[in-house]
Design a protein around this ligand. Structure first.
Ligand code: ATP
Length: 442
């Protein structure tokens, strides 16, 4: 399967099974924005819940926050986004297409798609100009410069401006962190690769406030911890690696930055960023707001502006990783099957329940079992249409880990078969025990 094929196959499987649809498709689509369907929303929620559980619920040193998307415009001046959140844009004078100048090699010439922009001698690239990636709108009925507000391009700033609110309300001591999951918006010049780079996306970011001098240790801690999290989602370790930013790649605020990268079919690309942002953000907000953003350590009798170690992962990008990493095509006795090998804890549907035939009371028993599983908060799907083989194939593609079949023997001894998506092994289990059997495996 070629690299190009995999993305095409994922896009079509995602649509077929209800994971992801192109936004506003009936109007021709928006291209850089996607909608999550019935299975997609479940997968995305499961990713977010696992992140929240590990980052917030399982620890006592991280607090949650849900800051507003629209913030005071001065926030983005202080953060450096108004001035510096730009990409170099070049336009081809012949085909009029626009490109990101720092990524020309990864884009296609408007006239000859086999070539990169500028490679074809008919292509004439103009001078680059800096393009700000923030979406602008107006607050209130007056549309003038004084009423400009921005859709946030990252969630982090909400955590910085609330640093003291959270520290005092939650009575936290440094070191402690603030976690947020929320939408961010970037007017990307070249979005693409399905949900890899879009203009509206979701981030799960955590800002860890530490005493200056301990930042390097904490950076090491978070880089290990975040890699462990990705592996805990079942992502194959050989497809994950670190990429350390060299001095020329470092953002203006960062003392050190490292990406966790995934081997996508279109190359190794960033999935998560871990940044040592020093006291840049709190320092700038102090300067711009005129309010002190210091931590007072009463025990040690000192006050300081904490350093920040940030972990920032894209939720949509994680979903793409899970789809790409889990996708496989297999030959089973001469028949091809497509499997989405999602970790059972992440799979949208945990169990599909089938009556072997549509008679002899089997549909009633199967419906009852599916209802019982749902009532036990195990998302389950009842299906009686088509051959049993076809029903298996549909669930394999949807990533459902277990298919439960009610057959003639069920009516006699109350047992059902459970088929494992990956090993294809079938075991007979008492129907009354199915709920616990699944719970043990989640
Ligand atoms: P890139 O270099 O890919 O533009 P970045 O370094 O600007 O990304 P960060 O600002 O560190 O990204 O954002 C943290 C995470 O948010 C990224 O690792 C990525 O997973 C996700 N992310 C950033 N931009 C987008 C986007 N346009 N679409 C989807 N996810 C994104």
């Amino acid at each position: 399967m070629s690299d190009h094929d995999l993305m095409d196959k994922l896009v079509s499987l995602a649509k077929r099974r209800g994971y992801v649809f192109q936004s506003s498709e009936i109007y021709g689509g928006t291209g850089s924005v996607w909608d999550y369907g019935p299975l997609g929303i479940e997968l995305k929620r499961n990713v977010k819940e696992r992140w929240w559980s590990r980052m917030v619920h399982q620890r006592d040193d991280i607090e949650g926050l849900d800051a507003a998307i629209l913030m005071h415009p001065r926030v983005w001046e202080a953060s450096g986004h108004v001035e510096g959140f730009t990409d170099p844009l070049v336009e081809c004078k012949v085909c009029k297409k626009r490109f990101r100048q720092d990524q020309l090699g990864q884009q296609e010439c408007g006239r000859r798609p086999s070539k990169a922009p500028g490679e074809d001698d008919q292509c004439e690239l103009g001078e680059p100009r800096m393009f700000n990636l923030m979406f602008r709108t107006f607050m209130g009925p007056v549309e003038d410069q004084g009423h400009v507000v921005y859709l946030r391009p990252e969630t982090a700033q909400g955590s910085y401006v609330n640093f003291l609110n959270i520290q005092s309300a939650a009575r936290q001591k440094v070191p402690f962190g603030v976690a947020q999951i929320g939408k961010a918006f970037r007017n990307e010049i070249t979005p693409g690769n399905f949900i890899f780079r879009t203009r509206e996306f979701e981030q799960a970011e955590m800002q860890f406030f530490v005493k200056p001098g301990t930042d390097e240790e904490w950076f090491e801690y978070w880089r290990e911890e975040r890699m462990a999290w990705h592996k805990s989602l079942g992502v194959r370790p050989e497809n994950l690696r670190y990429h350390e930013h060299g001095p020329d790649e470092l953002a203006h605020y960062a003392k050190r930055a490292l990406d966790i990268e995934y081997r996508f079919s279109f190359g190794w690309k960033e999935l998560e960023g871990i940044h040592n942002r020093t006291d840049f953000d709190l320092g700038r907000h102090q300067e711009y707001s005129g309010k002190r953003l210091e931590y007072i350590d009463t025990g040690a009798g000192e006050r300081f502006v904490p350093y920040v170690v940030e972990t920032a992962v894209g939720v949509d990008r994680t979903v793409l990783v899970l789809l790409a990493d889990g996708y496989r095509e297999e030959d089973i006795e001469g028949e091809q099957r497509v499997v989405l090998g999602l970790h059972p804890a992440l799979a949208p549907i945990k169990a599909a329940v089938f009556p072997l035939v549509k008679k002899d009371g089997l549909p009633e028993i199967a419906t009852k079992l599916a209802t019982e599983l749902r009532e036990a908060s195990i998302p389950s799907f009842y299906d009686e249409s088509g051959s049993i083989g076809r029903r298996y194939r549909r669930q394999d593609e949807a990533g459902t880990p277990w298919c439960i079949t009610v057959d003639g023997q069920t009516a006699e001894d109350g047992s059902v078969t459970i088929r494992d998506r990956d090993s294809l092994e079938q075991v007979r289990v008492d129907a009354a025990r199915v709920r616990d059997w699944i719970r043990e495996r989640l």
